[in-house]
Ligand binder design. Structure first.
Ligand code: HEC
Length: 321
């Protein structure tokens, strides 16, 4: 049986349509499956153009491969132009094609309204667990029992540091002449504490201040390991990786950021990152990682302690207080 001579023409048209549909709707739909985000990742216009251009070039090569192929392809076009499918079909076709092209050109060139930058809600809270509202940073509010335990550790020079800083402290202790591990933290409150420790009479306030220094020391170390690449040494959102993100890492020294939220909110944001944000914060996608996957609660609270300290900000006090 002879194949219909219009086959080549329609397979070209169909290929173009299928490729277009795949890029336009297929890839975004697949991206939702892969990323699990509540919105699709769109294909950039230039990429779309490149894909379509490549498709057209491939089809052109295929059609012009031989005289016979080209004749097959042009067969229905010639018949159409000669009016062999009927005068009305030809008239409609000749009107519709230029109109479609014209409409496309108009759509591409007409000036469009830009998405206003400020529309993103900086601190969305529709899925913020209300019980977090009154959460307090345990390391900003150490109890007397914790302070006493710290003093005991200091007496026997056996301070429990987080594992991330322990190796560095150990090698520091090996090469320094220090008599006490806490000398690694050379700040005034720690020095005052060590003096009192030597003299044998320690006030709880001095111990509290020294414990705070120790927690800040650990928090700063964790901050530089985990947050600095994006949020920067200065916490101004200018880390070495910051320029790579369209939605820039937050500048903590800016008055509108961590100062306007309660600690419990900061903890929730750090724990759940960009993927934990509700839909009103999208589609301005956030690169902020989900820290509860990599950092323990203790580590997250210590970082937050250091984060506020480095930025020289204080969290907002919960309303109920
Ligand atoms: C890969 C880059 C990246 C890293 C690493 C990163 N962040 Fe972020 N962070 C962001 C971006 C981008 C935003 C802004 C978008 C948003 O609000 O989610 C942000 C926002 C935040 C906010 C919200 C501030 C506010 O006022 O709403 C907090 C708090 C925060 N980061 C803390 C941290 C902490 C703590 C760490 C380290 C444990 C960290 N970030 C590591 C990219 C990062």
């Amino acid at each position: 049986m002879k194949k219909p001579r219009t086959r080549r023409f329609w397979s070209v048209v169909l290929t173009l349509l299928v490729v277009y549909a795949l890029i336009r709707w297929g890839i975004p739909a697949l991206s939702r499956e892969i990323t699990d985000l509540p919105f699709p990742l769109t294909v950039p216009g230039t990429l779309m153009f490149i894909y379509m251009l490549l498709t057209v070039i491939a089809l052109f090569l295929l059609v012009t491969f031989s005289e016979e192929h080209l004749e097959d392809f042009l067969y229905p076009v010639r018949r159409f132009l000669r009016g062999e499918y009927g005068g009305v079909t030809r008239a409609v076709g000749l009107a519709v094609v230029p109109l479609l092209v014209g409409w496309q050109v108009y759509d591409v060139t007409v000036p469009k309204m830009e998405q206003p930058l400020s529309l993103r809600i900086q601190h969305p809270s529709s899925n913020f667990p209300k019980k977090n509202e009154t959460l307090k940073n345990p390391f900003a509010n150490t109890t007397d029992a914790e302070i006493d335990a710290f003093v005991e550790q200091a007496r026997v020079n056996d301070i429990g540091f987080i594992p991330q800083v322990q190796p560095d402290l150990d090698s520091w202790a090996e090469y320094s002449e220090a008599g006490h591990m806490l000398e690694a933290i050379a700040t005034a409150p720690v020095r005052a504490f060590l003096q009192e420790l030597e003299a044998g009479s320690i006030s709880r306030d001095t111990a509290r201040a020294a414990l705070m220094e120790k927690n800040l020391f650990e928090g700063r170390a964790l901050y530089s390991m985990n947050c600095r690449p994006c949020h920067g040494d200065s916490t101004a959102g200018d880390g070495p990786m910051a320029d790579g993100f369209k939605l820039r890492p937050i500048n903590f020294t800016d008055n509108g950021t961590i100062e306007t939220i309660v600690e419990g909110y900061t903890f929730w944001r750090v724990s759940n990152g960009g993927p934990g944000l509700p839909t009103e914060a999208t589609p301005w996608d956030s690169a902020m990682p989900v820290w509860k996957l990599n950092l323990t609660e203790e580590e997250r609270w210590k970082i937050i302690l250091a984060e506020y300290d480095l930025a020289q900000k204080t969290p907002r006090i919960p309303e109920s207080h």
